[in-house]
Design a protein around this ligand. Structure first.
Ligand SMILES: C[S@@+](CC[C@H](N)C(=O)[O-])C[C@H]1O[C@@H](n2cnc3c(N)ncnc32)[C@H](O)[C@@H]1O
Length: 316
């Protein structure tokens, strides 16, 4: 039997980026143009998007993917192809505005990026019946800071009214958002906050804004809104060499997160440092991670690993 291949994101994904619409937010090969479905927000032609997608889907299916997809882990071998044209995965990365100044992120420093309201595009996805809820689909907000995004709360209301149930929101939690609280109360949402610290001093060093107490207060409101078994607040600790890479710092973060009622923790390592260290972590970092693993096991806290650490550790 001939082998067949497919990619869920090429089949059913859409990534609203700053200037263009792509199929996914993955960049497998740096320096290679990524799968752009539409080159501007001025005039979106959904039929043309389908036609572009179909060419790449066919190439992937035949085992000869376009250059930007070659070697991507999202491509799977299948017995049967998916001919469904609905959108199941929406990534929103169309904005860069942020109220934090994280040392590891350059998003907030981008200049001259025109932010479009995504509300009309979501309206169009619903009115043209292009977006569909499936049990593994999601709408994800990352970009800059979602709580500052134009029309964020309006978009959430629209999506909920149209039956969308699964969301991922990456927020620094500096600005409280009614939309995020509604998502936690009414839908299956993962809210991920990169806290990276457990005290005011370390927070200020990493985030370069004096907002620690505000974040703690908002996290408390959000954890009160989470619905057990349905929505969750996740607290993330990115190990950032020279800023928070000590057992004392990671325990402060653990204790604070747990004291706020957070039951889901995530560990990651600063991406650029990890790359420059040949994708390896130090013995000292291993010990930090082991310490958190031990605490989580003892106290029944879920622990997950993101991006770089995902290939070194398994979820517990
Ligand atoms: C670009 S941020 C924007 C979303 C939101 N403002 C926030 O703070 O979560 C999206 C996610 O990427 C992560 N991130 C950004 N730069 C990173 C880096 N150099 N290494 C690891 N994670 C990074 C952040 O921690 C955050 O969880």
């Amino acid at each position: 039997m001939t082998k067949l291949y497919k990619c869920d994101f090429m089949d059913n994904g859409i990534n609203f980026e700053r200037f263009v619409i792509r199929a996914c937010c993955k960049s497998v090969h740096s320096g290679v143009e990524r799968p752009t479905l539409c080159d501007s927000y001025e005039n979106i032609d959904w039929q043309k998007i389908k036609e572009r997608r179909d060419i790449w889907r066919k190439q992937i299916a035949e085992g000869n993917p376009p250059v930007f997809c070659k070697g991507c882990s999202a491509i799977q071998t299948v017995n049967k192809l998916n001919n469904d044209d609905f959108v199941y995965f929406v990534d929103v990365n169309s904005f860069v505005k942020c109220n934090s100044r994280c040392v590891y992120c350059d998003c907030w420093s981008k200049k001259g990026v025109k932010e479009y309201s995504m509300f009309p595009y979501f309206q169009e996805l619903f009115s043209k019946k292009l977006l569909k809820q499936v049990y593994y689909g999601y709408i994800q907000f990352a970009g800059g800071e979602p709580a500052l995004m134009i029309d964020f709360d309006k978009i959430i209301d629209l999506c909920i009214e149209n039956g969308m149930q699964r969301y991922i929101v990456n927020s620094n939690c500096i600005k409280y958002s009614q939309g995020i609280e509604r998502l936690l109360r009414e839908t299956e949402t993962n809210l991920c906050c990169s806290l990276d610290s457990g005290c005011e001093e370390t927070f200020a060093k990493i985030k370069n804004v004096p907002c620690f107490n505000q974040v703690v207060e908002n996290l408390k409101k959000y954890t009160d809104a989470q619905q057990e078994g349905k929505s969750r607040v996740l607290s993330k600790f990115i190990i950032i060499p020279s800023y928070n890479d000590s057992e004392e710092e990671i325990i402060k973060w653990y204790d604070l997160s747990v004291s706020l009622g957070i039951k889901n923790l995530v560990l990651d390592i600063e991406r650029e440092w990890f790359k420059s260290n040949n994708q390896k972590i130090t013995k000292h970092m291993e010990k930090m991670i082991e310490l958190i693993q031990k605490h989580c096991k003892k106290e029944g806290i879920n622990l997950d690993y993101y991006e770089s650490l995902k290939c070194l550790y398994k979820k517990v």
